[in-house]
Design a protein around this ligand. Structure first.
Ligand code: GDP
Ligand code: CO
Length: 405
């Protein structure tokens, strides 16, 4: 993969480096040229297939699933390079139709043909709730001691299982993607980001080339969705306020496709549900930006590098309707608004925006002062104890092509 390098500019906030959007010139730039001059020119750098393969081997790809079409999920699996460990965290319905059982059956069949290593788990399995209770991680549980609904909750389970498998990197891809080729590109971007990073604390975020839409019998390729337009705006307002310079560096506020090095992932708080992606940026700034004092993290040791890369493939996923989009936008704006690093002027703008959304949509149930549900960093979990309890629950995981050692 060949892409802009070094990035055109970088915003530095405390120990956080946010790099501007990087463009891809070759999705596949050949194999095995190591560090020869073929790799570099003054404007771009290429990572050969061997370099990417090494990183794939250290990477788990987590796929959150909730009641998606099986054919879409299978397509997504087919796009993931073979070296990656795949972790499917499902919150699909169990009754009256057991959609999770259908997913497991599909994966079982698929893994016979593909030789991929795949693990599946159901988010609301009572055994999993019990394990979180036993290892004293209540922030992921609901009142019934069951794991809460939500995409972020699924992601946390995925990160923990990746850690169990000693993975250094964890990438997230949605299960409702119509183009397996796009998924393949995302994973190559993740690996290139980790290869570019000078720090073990690294976040790689995908900016879609476009999201195709059909209107009046024609295909259009708009770049920004309705949510990203606003969450990017407010995140940029916040960063401009902090640095004192007005810039539009953030293009990936709601990047569902993103990845984290394990060293960073295990240090972050995660916010519940769909607000997880913008909150990731907010939490990195809260912890490593030096804006507010934070005793739990030593920012002198390492900085955080955030890469944003624009795909060549368009992003085409399942259309979930207006209400879904409104809810997501409200959750996203709410986490920006509630951060301690958000100043009053921006807070007022966001509050007005949320008020406007509420007036437009009588179904809306999110208020600007709603409390944000946060989950503690997973480094607070004793991983050996978690491992023991998982091993003691033989039906919790379904594993395909995984060596049991
Ligand atoms: P959008 O693409 O950002 O509009 O959001 P989607 O509704 O497509 O959700 C993103 C991904 O998360 C999809 O793969 C969903 O199937 C999955 N997902 C949504 N809710 C949950 C959940 O509660 N738990 C899990 N594990 N996955 C979820
Ligand atoms: Co989607």
């Amino acid at each position: 993969m060949r892409l802009d390098f070094p990035p055109k500019y970088t915003e530095t906030i405390g120990a956080v480096k946010i790099h501007s959007l990087q463009k891809i010139y070759e999705i596949d730039s050949g194999c095995n040229f190591g560090t020869t001059s073929q790799a570099y020119n003054s404007l771009t750098t290429a990572f050969d297939n061997d370099t990417l393969s090494q990183i794939f081997q250290a990477m788990a790809v987590v796929i959150p699933v909730k009641d998606e079409k099986l054919s879409l999920l299978e397509g997504v699996l087919s796009g993931i390079p073979n070296e990656c460990l795949i972790i499917i965290v499902s919150n699909s319905q169990r009754h009256p139709v057991d959609r999770y059982a259908m997913e497991v059956e599909m994966v079982k069949q698929y893994s016979l043909f593909s030789n991929k290593r795949i693990i599946t788990i159901h988010q609301t399995d009572p055994n999993l709730g019990r394990i979180f209770h036993k290892i004293n991680y209540p922030s992921i549980l609901d009142h019934n001691n069951q794991v809460r609904q939500g995409k972020a909750e699924g992601m946390i389970i995925g990160i923990l299982l990746s850690k169990l498998h000693k993975k250094e990197y964890v990438g997230f891809v949605d299960s409702d993607n119509y183009f397996p080729g796009a998924v393949n590109e995302y994973i190559k971007i993740f690996a290139s980001g980790f290869a570019m990073s000078n720090s073990p604390l690294c976040n790689v975020r995908i900016c879609w080339h476009s999201k195709p839409k059909i209107a009046n019998n024609k295909v259009y390729f708009p770049k920004w969705g309705r949510i990203s337009e606003y969450s990017n705006k407010y995140l940029n307002d916040l960063i401009s306020y902090i640095t004192g310079y007005e810039r539009d560096i953030i293009t990936t506020g709601n990047a569902g496709e993103h990845s984290l090095s394990m060293s960073l992932a295990e240090n972050l708080d995660f916010s519940s549900g769909y607000s997880v992606e913008p909150y990731e940026l907010i939490n990195i700034l809260e912890k490593y930006g030096g804006i507010i004092s934070n005793k739990s993290v030593d920012i002198r040791q390492h900085g955080v590098e955030i890469f944003q890369v624009e795909t060549r493939n368009p992003h085409f996923h399942e259309n979930k309707g207006n209400e879904h989009i409104q809810g997501m936008l409200q959750e996203s704006l709410n986490v920006i608004n509630n951060s301690k690093i958000c100043n009053t002027e921006i807070t007022t703008d966001i509050k007005n925006h949320l008020l406007m959304l509420q007036q437009k949509d009588s179904l809306s149930n999110i208020k600007s002062n709603d409390k944000i549900i946060l989950m503690d960093p997973i480094k607070t979990i004793e991983i050996d104890k978690f491992h023991e309890l998982v091993v003691d629950s033989p039906r919790l995981l379904k594993q395909f092509n995984i060596d049991e050692k």
